[in-house]
Design a protein around this ligand. Sequence first.
Ligand code: PRT
Ligand code: MG
Length: 214
Amino acid sequence: MTEITIALSKGRIFEDSAPLLKAAGIIALDDPETSRKLILATNHANVRLIIVRASDVPTYVQYGAADLGIAGKDVLLEHGGTELYQPLDLNIARCRMMVAVPKDFDYESAVFQGARLRVATKYLRTAREHFADKGVHVDLIKLYGSMELAPLVGLADAIVDLVSTGSTLKANHLKAVEVIIPISSRLIVNQAALKLKRETIQPILDAFSNAIGK
Ligand code: PRT
Ligand code: MG
């Protein structure tokens, strides 16, 4: 029997993926939120899920340690992901990549006047491209999380981060001033696995696309 490994992260991606996996007949036998297991068996003896950090999903799939994966567009943009086949936008874990600043900061004027901005973000590649396209000079400061704190303590003038409800920005006296790109999660597939295991992988892809109505 062909073994299939699917990489995904716990939290919102696992929660939103579970109904799609179920549509493909795949049900995890453990809950990653309560179990400490990193390899989860499923109701199919030949299908397993591996639980990795969201930003590590493309790496596992790229090297073939997982055949399939589910990752946010934000993560894929940072990874580069040219060797990854991305057949489906699953339309889950949706949010927007945005520029945000303290609520009393006049971003438009700063940009208009050609000010050099210090921008804190986890998404260096996406941010660099965005500001280069706009012709705005920025000093990018790499952070690994809690970007919303940076402008509050004088580390940065602005941040580039994901926003869904906007309540994190609001709670930290920040406002979104620009959408960089809408984000959702994609199915990614290892190219060699798709060729070698097509008979097993294709029905999973078909079930996912039926489930999302594409
Ligand atoms: O948490 P960890 O450091 O392990 O990694 P991660 O943050 O990349 O993973 P996780 O599981 O938090 O997010 C996985 C994926 O979910 C991301 O790669 C996005 O594609 C997607 N997603 C969708 C989001 C959000 N919505 C989101 N709101 N990821 C993060 N957020 C954060 C955001 O960074 C901000 O701090 O939630 C906060 C804002 O939320 P609101 O609702 O207050 O606007
Ligand atoms: Mg997170």
